[in-house]
Design a protein around this ligand. Structure first.
Ligand SMILES: Cc1cc2nc3c(=O)[nH]c(=O)nc-3n(C[C@H](O)[C@H](O)[C@H](O)COP(=O)(O)OP(=O)(O)OC[C@H]3O[C@@H](n4cnc5c(N)ncnc54)[C@H](O)[C@@H]3O)c2cc1C
Length: 459
């Protein structure tokens, strides 16, 4: 078995893992990122909108690594823009192909060692200390030791291998649906937007309780912006008819998200498969087949019924199956849905969330609620310290939170913010030779702010 040692080891190369690795390395730690696929960036490469960077009210609440990646995309003409969707969310849109390139360049710039095709399958863990993880890949078994580990595996694999408790799903174990996201090119944005203007009743608009404008006025604003941004609602006449006739699968939404600066490429988020099992290979294989059938039906529906899409070409599916929800690891602090809904601020916050409460259900069910005052809430470091551990952090969608809080904190902007927080914290712990519990929150917050993180001063 090959032996490797780093100051900081990040497991998982999604939105959280990339931000964690960049931040650890920037703060002087020799850093490695271990990823079971060959792709670094996770859903940042899916074409989905990056939520949680701005509040519903429009304030930026995530800066730092996220903003640097957006700026690097912009330099390569891959930053589409930050748009208020006239529903309830301020999104950031990028070209995912450019983002995939930008992420690799950033990891390389900070000299992060990449271990692709490498799956963590075991741990040497005792009395709160994770000494090493065991990695399997094609040709090698690796024992990787580190001063500090960060679990960014999305499913909290490392924490679970260490025996940290977790929760999953609702009281009956039901999870948010899985989705296969797909891309369309050759969209004619102004025809699409004219259709929304003529038929706002088909769309989710005017859901922000702080906005006094009508759906029609907001459709006009979307038209004036000119981005192919649309949110067709499952309860609107267009989708409802198609769902009832069996032309379309049952789903609460069909969302178009712009992915190119020429405004002709969109990512579509609509397919849905509810399951209790999002981790076994057999179940995932079946899900891929079932969702690909939905992609084809949705594509046919869009071309036939949505103006501006008559010449749309199916331009591929996202690099991986979309899993919204799996384990929530129990940490030293447990964030509740009430704190999220109330927009609770804390003097020890190390990241902010601001995405709405957003629980996709089966069929047309979808729970959505704005954060108080269309603002943000603070996340303390305790949510990122797995219970009972002393040299392990976690970040991303598996942070310590109840299901309602998770439905907000799972979005990519917040994942990058928690990733940056623990990457920075891990570098400090490694440098000072201290446990994750002994870090000075004041020093961590100061360092994060110096490096662009937004921790206070917002609604
Ligand atoms: C269909 C769908 C739509 C969504 N829509 C939006 C949206 O519009 N806006 C938004 O902001 N967010 C959205 N989200 C949520 C968001 O995309 C994810 O919650 C977020 O990207 C999770 O990031 P992460 O880094 O925590 O985890 P992941 O992206 O899951 O990354 C974890 C990484 O770890 C790797 N890994 C896992 N286990 C191991 C192991 N044992 N060893 C090594 N590597 C491992 C995986 O391969 C993966 O690359 C959506 C999610 C889905 C599925």
């Amino acid at each position: 078995m090959k032996e490797l040692h780093y100051d900081v080891a990040v497991i998982g190369g999604g939105a959280a893992g990339v931000a964690a690795a960049i931040s650890a390395a920037r703060n002087g730690a020799r850093t490695v990122i271990v990823e079971s696929s060959s792709v670094f960036g996770g859903d940042l490469l899916s074409g989905l909108p990056i939520d949680g960077c701005r509040t519903t009210g429009g304030e930026w609440i995530v800066g730092g690594v996220a903003k640097e990646l957006f700026e690097a995309c912009r330099e390569l003409n891959g930053y589409v823009g930050s748009i208020y969707d006239r529903r309830n969310i301020c999104i950031v849109m990028i070209n995912p192909r450019i983002m995939s390139f930008v992420i690799i360049r950033k990891l390389a710039e900070y000299k992060v060692k990449l271990l692709p095709y490498s799956q963590v399958v075991g741990v040497d863990y005792d009395d709160g200390i994770l000494k090493s993880v065991e990695i399997k890949n094609k040709l090698q078994d690796i024992r990787l030791s580190a001063d500090v580990f960060i679990d960014c595996s999305g499913d909290g694999d490392v924490c679970v291998l260490c025996g940290v408790p977790y929760e999953m799903g609702d009281s009956e174990g039901l999870l948010q649906p899985m989705t296969m996201v797909f891309q369309l090119k050759n969209i004619e944005p102004m025809k699409l937007l004219q259709f929304i203007l003529d038929h706002p009743e088909n769309c989710g608009l005017a859901e922000n309780p702080n906005s006094k404008k009508s759906a029609k006025e907001l459709a006009q604003e979307l038209y004036d912006l000119g981005y192919p941004k649309a949110f067709f609602s499952g309860n609107g006449p267009l989708m409802k008819r198609a769902i009832e006739s069996g032309e379309l699968h049952s789903c609460s939404m069909l969302a178009f998200n712009p992915n190119s600066t020429d405004r002709t490429v969109v990512t579509v988020n609509t397919t849905r498969l509810v399951s209790r099992d999002c981790m076994t290979a057999e179940s995932l294989g079946d899900s891929i087949i079932a969702l690909s059938e939905q992609v084809e039906n949705a594509y046919r529906f869009i071309v036939k019924h949505i103006p501006g899409c008559q010449n749309a070409v199916l331009d591929g599916i996202a690099p991986r199956l979309g899993i919204r929800e799996s384990r929530r690891i129990i940490g030293e602090y447990y964030l509740t849905g009430q704190e999220v809904a109330d927009g609770v601020k804390r003097t020890d916050g190390i990241a902010k969330g601001g995405h709405e409460i957003d629980i996709h259900g089966d069929k047309l069910n979808h729970i959505r609620a704005t954060i108080r005052n269309a603002g943000s809430y603070d996340i303390p470091l305790g949510c990122l310290i797995p219970k009972g551990t002393r040299n392990l952090f976690l970040a991303g969608r598996c942070i310590s939170a109840d299901r309602v809080a998770h439905s907000s904190a799972r979005v990519m902007g917040t994942c990058m913010a928690t990733g940056q927080a623990v990457g920075t914290a891990a570098a400090i712990c490694s440098k000072e030779g201290i446990s994750t519990r002994d870090i000075s929150i004041e020093q961590l917050r100061r360092t994060l702010k110096e490096q662009g993180a937004i921790l206070e001063g917002t609604n």
